[in-house]
Ligand binder design. Structure first.
Ligand SMILES: Cc1cc2nc3c(=O)[nH]c(=O)nc-3n(C[C@H](O)[C@H](O)[C@H](O)COP(=O)(O)OP(=O)(O)OC[C@H]3O[C@@H](n4cnc5c(N)ncnc54)[C@H](O)[C@@H]3O)c2cc1C
Length: 391
């Protein structure tokens, strides 16, 4: 089982798309055409992968690409300490590998920074728990290790960490510019033959003899063998058109974005006061938690107060202005785990909705191709099926 032991060979097979540890699907005609509802980071990765495999692909995006959760994301690629249990940790770990694969496939093109993350605590009780979290993830073979104050300062020379009771460097992680990467993958998908239609929304399904014939959109009907729903927080409404239940819960997050700055952050930095990263274009994105603060106060005043506090940790904040403050809503399933795959009794509608969608997007695209085009059931997705809400 994937959840029990993840060996290197299985990992490479999964990411390389050579084969997959899973069960071949026994029935169903060959799938040649897919409509992807949603042009966020999930839809863009799907479009790229399906087009590369030679499928007929149409992306239908209601507003414009990367205008949903993707536009408001911190976009940290990680499988760090909150990724529990082991099966979910492994899924995210495969997500990191899938980004590495994509980076090799499109060398130098992706707006992506590697280098890992650093995290620390000054409070002794939290530091004790953090040391245990690090050891626990080390036991799962995650490349992370405790570091001292001097090593932290060497890794991030522009940061003033204050008191450091426990710190760690998680080496594998990275972050992307989620909007630019979405636009780039859609361009690559188009070069491989995909069509990207916007603004146009999926409004219904035309079914014949209980099977999808065409997807109805505000711009007309598109014939398709499979509809892939990648509509972020709107997934419940679109999946409901096919009678599929996808329960989400509300989860707002506020992030503050600066204009481009000289390089002051080398990696994702998670301090007790501020979580922050610097994009390849020099812009700094920060919040009180990596997912954005759990409030929906996106006012300028609150952002200014926050940056002033955060300048204790990154003095450069005292010299920056605010370019924008974003309020985003995570597509967070009710039980907080992804919902991915065919619902029971349907092989013509495929759902993909999740938080950590940036980390998981290239992997989900790989696995969706294997499941939809090759008729395989990918074991890493077994715990995340729509069936758990559709019995
Ligand atoms: C504050 C915040 C911080 C985050 N931090 C991280 C992080 O650090 N790491 C991480 O991995 N993840 C993070 N996430 C989560 C991540 O951003 C999301 O999981 C991911 O962006 C989801 O992408 P998506 O393509 O599924 O959804 P979206 O980007 O929302 O795209 C869905 C698209 O579907 C379109 N649509 C809706 N209805 C229809 C319709 N009927 N027809 C056609 N199109 C339609 C919408 O217009 C939208 O463009 C964060 C999210 C937030 C909000």
């Amino acid at each position: 089982m994937m959840g029990r032991h993840l060996d290197r060979r299985t990992l490479l097979q999964l990411i390389g798309g050579v084969a997959v540890a899973g069960v071949p699907r026994m029935s169903g005609a060959a799938v040649e055409s897919v409509v992807i509802a949603g042009g966020g980071i999930i839809g863009a990765n799907l479009a790229y992968r399906f087009a590369k495999r030679g499928a007929s692909v149409t992306v239908v995006e209601r507003t414009k690409p990367a205008s949903g959760a993707t536009a408001n994301s911190f976009a940290w690629i990680n499988s760090t300490y909150s990724k529990q249990p082991l099966s979910y940790f492994n899924l995210n770990r495969l997500g990191i590998e899938a980004w590495q694969q994509l980076d090799r496939e499109l060398p130098g093109d992706l707006p992506l920074r590697w280098g890992g993350s650093v995290e620390w605590y000054g409070d002794e009780a939290r530091a004790k728990a953090f040391r245990e979290e690090v050891r626990h993830h080390q036991g799962w073979a995650y490349p992370t290790h405790l570091i001292d104050d001097a090593a932290l300062r060497a890794l991030e020379p522009h940061v003033e960490p204050g008191r450091v009771a426990a710190a760690a460097h998680a080496e594998l992680e990275g972050s992307v510019d989620p909007v630019r990467v979405t636009e780039l993958l859609l361009e690559r998908a188009k070069s491989a033959g995909a069509r990207v239609s916007y603004p146009s929304a999926v409004t219904g399904l035309d079914e014949r003899n209980g099977k999808l014939r065409a997807v109805k959109t505000t711009a007309g009907e598109i014939e398709a063998d499979v509809l892939i729903v990648a509509c972020g927080t709107d997934t419940p409404r679109v999946a409901a058109l096919a009678g599929v239940r996808v329960p989400l819960k509300e989860s707002p997050g506020v992030l503050v974005h600066t204009p481009p700055q000289p390089r002051v952050l080398e990696r994702v930095v998670l301090s007790p006061v501020v979580h922050m990263k610097q994009k390849p274009d020099g812009r700094i994105v920060c919040g009180s938690g990596f997912g954005g603060s759990p409030t929906n106060d996106a006012s300028r005043e609150a952002a200014e107060q926050f940056l002033s506090k955060a300048s204790q940790v990154l003095p450069a904040f005292a010299r920056t202005s605010i370019e924008k403050v974003t309020l985003g809503y995570r597509p967070l399933p009710q039980d907080e785990f992804p919902i991915i795959g065919f619902p029971p009794a349907r092989r013509d509608v495929y759902v993909t909705v999740m938080h950590s969608g940036v980390t998981l997007s290239p992997l989900v695209a790989h696995l969706a191709v294997l499941e939809i085009l090759d008729g395989v059931e990918a074991e890493p997705l077994a715990p995340y099926r729509p069936a758990r809400f559709n019995t």
